[in-house]
Write a protein that binds this ligand. Structure first.
Ligand SMILES: C[S@@+](CC[C@H](N)C(=O)[O-])C[C@H]1O[C@@H](n2cnc3c(N)ncnc32)[C@H](O)[C@@H]1O
Length: 451
């Protein structure tokens, strides 16, 4: 049986009503202000101003790192910021169809790679665990397609608070925290379906092996440096204390080049203002290295651009834009992902595809068919309205359809197919050249023919 046929057979149950996937999370969207929460901003601000007063302005990257992931006061470390009562809402939280289609993508990449006997599902920054939970439900529904292959789940998460919420969502009370804080695996457990699941702070601690990596709204949370083109060349934008108001912060352009401004700007850069995320670049290089060595694929989805945008650094609080320098620690900080930079960092080690818009990706993955199947099986008017509303939020070009982009990194063999076998030395008869099966199309980046 060829691979396309196998994939289409495996996905056939997807077109049938699947009762447990029909349930819809009740959600209210975007125009909701967050409930008043204690603002840790004052202590973060005190810490930042005293640091700047003693050592001088800090880079925007250092500012973001301190505000978002400081082990004691960090915004991600302290808060559950997702959902209607938080500061922002993400696609997996809006509609479960999103995670279900990404589950199909993971399965399809595993098939495209020749169905290795073990699959590691790795997610970066899993938030509340909703995306991976929807992916795993699809794996349970389509377990027949996996044959005898085994699956393990690996979550890279910096926030102890969110890891607790993820553990509750994915394994109930079945997870345990490591005895020592220094352990690379800081939490372990089993999912509801009995799969081993582990939590790490860094990609380097995730075991090597064939893996499908997912990163949704992860790269946009990583620290960026900001640079401004001036008459004297590129200069870094930094964060300083406002001399007029000592408990306020402001941006300054430093007069002399910094290490970052001399190292991080591409020689052919045309823009006047640039944001660079070196931490994102390092993670992509490590991912590329793993995918080239062990096989697998990475799917990175985020709001972003292909090297065209300039000033995208912004804050979100209570679903509204928030001044990035005001009450640090009380709001999310984010910057659009520059996919052209990620592609450069991946280099020639892997094949890259995209970015393509979320609308194109989800339509190629069959979101219209999926919505129709769910609607056919759902009589409740409010659930039907939720399904349609979620679909519109995800795909409407004026909402999340065009702003969010999908990008993938693949092992080269995935697109070229394995090398044809060489004739053995000393073979008596000239062997008939064997044609390798055509590789499966990469789902989402081209139309997936569901028959
Ligand atoms: C914007 S949230 C996105 C959550 C989820 N992926 C979603 O789409 O709903 C960012 C996630 O990345 C995690 N995170 C941020 N910086 C991180 C880092 N440096 N290392 C690991 N996780 C990080 C946060 O704790 C959070 O889970």
């Amino acid at each position: 049986m060829n691979q396309s046929k196998a994939l289409s057979l495996a996905l056939r149950p997807w077109n049938c009503p699947i009762r447990c996937i029909v349930t819809v999370r009740k959600r209210i969207y975007l125009d909701i202000s967050s409930a008043e929460r204690p603002i840790p901003g004052n202590s973060v601000l005190r810490h930042l101003t005293s640091k700047i007063k003693s050592t001088g302005p800090i880079s925007v990257a250092e500012y973001m790192r301190e505000v978002l992931t400081n082990p004691v006061t960090g915004y991600y470390v302290q808060n559950d910021m997702l959902g209607p009562d938080g500061d922002f809402i993400t696609s997996p939280e809006i509609s479960q169809i999103f995670g279900e289609l990404l589950g199909i993508w993971c399965l399809s990449e595993w098939m495209g790679a020749g169905k290795p006997s073990h699959l590691q599902l790795v997610e970066f920054g899993p938030g509340r665990g909703s995306l991976i939970s929807d992916v795993l439900r699809v794996f349970s529904q389509l377990s027949g397609a996996l044959g005898g292959a085994t699956v393990s789940v690996h979550l890279v998460e910096v926030s102890p608070k969110l890891s607790q919420i993820q553990a509750q969502c994915l394994s109930g009370d079945q997870s345990r925290v490591s005895a020592s804080e220094d352990e690379p695996v800081y939490r372990q457990g089993t999912t509801a379906a009995g799969l081993p699941i582990s939590w790490y702070r860094n990609l380097d601690d995730v075991p090597r092996g064939f893996s499908v990596y997912l990163a949704h709204e992860f790269f946009d949370a990583l620290p960026i440096h900001k640079f401004q083109r001036t008459e004297k060349g590129w200069r870094e934008v930094m964060v300083d204390v406002d001399p007029e108001e000592p408990d306020k912060l402001r941006f300054v352009i430093v007069p002399a080049p910094t290490l970052a401004s001399t190292q991080l700007i591409q020689s052919d850069e045309k823009r006047q203002h640039v944001e660079v995320c070196p931490e994102g670049g390092v993670i992509v290089q490590r991912l590329a290295n793993r995918i080239a060595g062990d096989g697998g694929a990475a799917l990175i989805a985020d709001y972003g651009h292909d090297g065209t945008k300039t000033d995208t650094f912004r804050g979100f609080k209570g679903h509204k834009l928030h001044d990035v320098l005001a009450s640090p620690g009380s709001a999310d900080l984010t910057a659009d992902v520059d996919f052209s930079y990620l592609r450069k960092m991946a280099g020639a080690m892997v094949a890259c595809m995209g970015p393509v818009s979320q609308r194109s990706f989800l339509k190629n993955m069959g979101i219209d068919t999926r919505l129709q199947v769910l609607l056919r099986n759902c009589a409740d008017p409010s659930t039907r309205a939720q399904l349609i509303h979620g679909y519109d939020m995800l795909t409407n070009p004026a909402k999340m359809g065009e702003r969010f982009q999908f990008f993938t990194m693949l092992n080269h063999i995935r697109l070229t197919g394995p090398e044809p076998k060489q004739p053995e030395l000393g073979a008596k008869m000239a062997p008939v050249p064997r044609k390798a099966p055509a590789p499966l199309p990469v789902a989402g980046f081209s139309e997936l023919g569901l028959s």
